[in-house]
Design a protein around this ligand. Structure first.
Ligand code: ADP
Ligand code: G6P
Length: 493
């Protein structure tokens, strides 16, 4: 995906838009349905441009879809009722078409910022901030899920495969099946699926489960997520799950029931392309420049995240601040890169202020003129630039309170072609199951995090290499193509 896609201008009102000559209705054999398209329309300095959408879902799905005959159905990040010029979607994914589901400003507020990101997101992430339950945002969620389902139903060829993604669209499998029982429907959740004790807080818990059970296959990052889902189907709906499947009553099925499978499909990245990027001479030169720009420290540490309260950015900054206070961070620098995210949601605004304050205090207390032990970039970076940061960093800090997978951890590993570098990784990420050789930490244990950072910084090169070689083996043998192939193979009738 190009980093900037200009020419995002035109006239008229933006409505449902297709990226290229649209095939006749109901002509796609393979559809991917996500809240996000791979690109979003952003306004900056009085200009509109198409930019890559933030987050791991797009990082993972973009290489899977790049060379496929398919359609990617999603939202472009714009409000259709704003008086900005309409902008045709860019043609950038080879044979894969893009189709936009249009949302108004009010719908974005209620469905996306409200139900998705003030209810489901915190609830599914261990309620690290308190989820709120509002009936009007639930109503919007139902309405918008129906809009996505209707669009998919219109575009799918008879017997097509439809792959629905993530927590924003949990009702779509059922809504789609009601209209189109001929379709093969897969659903993948990119975030954790919570234990029953948390899920039962949801006033609309049965509807959400029934929505998901409209799929033929429901995928999670971990076995734990799949087990939680099956347990809940028994507890809340009275079904009788077996080890990896559950039968649901379905009058359209000859036997009167339909089998829904549930399983773990840990997602990954396009490992080879990250590694190739990191090997480029320009990226390596840029990595050296980055080190030199921060004073060629003894150890360079790095954090890269969306600015999200689940990511534990405060955990690592707190640990580093204490190490600074104790004089154990001399000649070390930590760079934290945080992409702006969900900026209209109150908890994200609060988090942003808190991180600003933590960075400011650390620099104020421990910086000298021209030298700051913590460097903070609140901005998205181009992929090449990001790879240069990964190459530059001796220690990568990934400390979420809870994370479905965490692709940043895998990207760092894929970029370490010299087999050096150390990864500090929260136990509460899906990635910790795939990369147990990392320096694993409990993000709630402040002393433990500090000691793991010190251990990673001071480990002998031979130990770091041993760990990194194993992690690289995992990341290269389990890339995102394998993930998609496993899921789609299991989905086949
Ligand atoms: P999440 O999906 O919750 O954001 P992940 O770690 O799984 O978390 O995925 C984040 C993705 O966003 C990664 O592909 C990462 O490279 C990308 N990313 C994170 N921060 C930035 C940034 N500042 N600039 C560009 N890309 C970023
Ligand atoms: C996570 C979610 C994705 C989401 C991404 C970025 O990866 O699982 O569904 O797209 O964060 O968040 P945003 O709210 O900007 O789409």
């Amino acid at each position: 995906m190009a980093d900037k896609m200009d020419g995002a201008s035109g006239t008229g009102t933006a409505m449902t838009a297709a990226s290229k000559e649209r095939p006749p209705q109901a002509a796609y054999e393979f559809l991917v349905v996500c809240n996000r398209l791979p690109v979003e329309l952003r306004a900056a300095e009085g200009r509109l441009s198409w930019e890559p959408s933030p987050g791991g879902l797009v990082t993972a799905m973009e290489p899977v879809l790049r060379d496929r005959e398919a359609v990617w159905l999603g939202w472009s990040g714009r409000h259709i009722d704003d008086s900005v010029p309409a902008s045709p979607l860019p043609h950038d994914l080879g044979p894969c078409a893009l189709e936009e589901v249009a949302l108004t400003r009010e719908e974005v507020e209620e469905y996306y910022e409200g139900f998705c990101n003030e209810t489901i997101w915190p609830l599914y992430h261990d309620a690290v901030v308190t989820p709120v339950y509002h009936r009007h945002t639930w109503n919007a969620y139902q309405r918008i899920n129906r809009r996505f389902a209707d669009a998919a139903a219109r575009l799918a060829a008879p017997g097509a495969t439809v792959w629905v993604h993530d927590y924003q669209l949990q009702l779509v499998p059922r809504l789609l099946r009601e209209q189109r029982p001929d379709l093969r429907i897969g659903y993948f959740l990119h975030i954790p699926f919570p234990p029953a004790e948390l899920f039962v807080q949801l006033p609309w818990r049965q509807q959400i489960l029934q929505g998901l059970l409209g799929a033929d296959l429901v995928g999670f990052h971990t076995q734990g997520g799949a087990a939680n889902f099956l347990t809940l189907s028994e507890r809340l709906l009275g079904l009788s799950p077996k080890e990896d499947a559950v039968d649901v009553p379905d009058p359209a099925a000859a036997s009167g029931a339909r089998t829904v499978r549930a399983g773990a499909f840990p997602i990954s990245i396009d490992s080879r392309s990250f590694s190739e990027l990191a090997a480029q001479p320009e990226v390596r030169e840029r990595a050296a420049e980055i080190r030199s720009a921060v004073g060629d420290p003894r150890t360079l540490l790095l954090g890269v995240d969306r600015l999200d309260y689940t990511k534990g950015i405060d955990v690592r900054l707190g640990a580093i601040t204490e190490l600074l206070d104790e004089g154990r961070f001399d000649d070390c620098v930590c760079i934290q890169v945080a992409t702006p995210s969900r900026e209209n949601v109150e908890e994200y605004q609060r988090m942003r202020d808190e991180i600003n304050q933590m960075v400011g205090s650390a620099i104020g207390d421990h910086g000298t003129i021209g030298q700051a032990p913590i460097q903070y970039l609140h901005q998205p970076l181009a992929r090449e630039e990001l790879a240069a940061y990964y190459v530059a960093a001796d220690v990568m800090l990934v400390t979420p309170y809870r994370d479905g997978m965490n692709l940043v951890a895998k990207e760092y590993v894929a970029c370490r072609n010299d087999e050096d570098g150390a990864l500090v990784l929260s136990e509460f990420t899906g990635a910790a199951l795939d990369l147990p050789q990392a320096y694993l930490v409990n993000p709630y244990d402040a002393d433990g995090v500090k000691e793991a950072i010190v251990k990673a910084m001071s480990a002998p090169k031979s130990e770091q290499r041993q760990r990194m070689v194993e992690m690289r083996r995992q990341v290269f043998t389990h890339d995102v193509d394998r993930w998609a192939a496993d899921f789609l193979e299991t989905l086949r009738p």
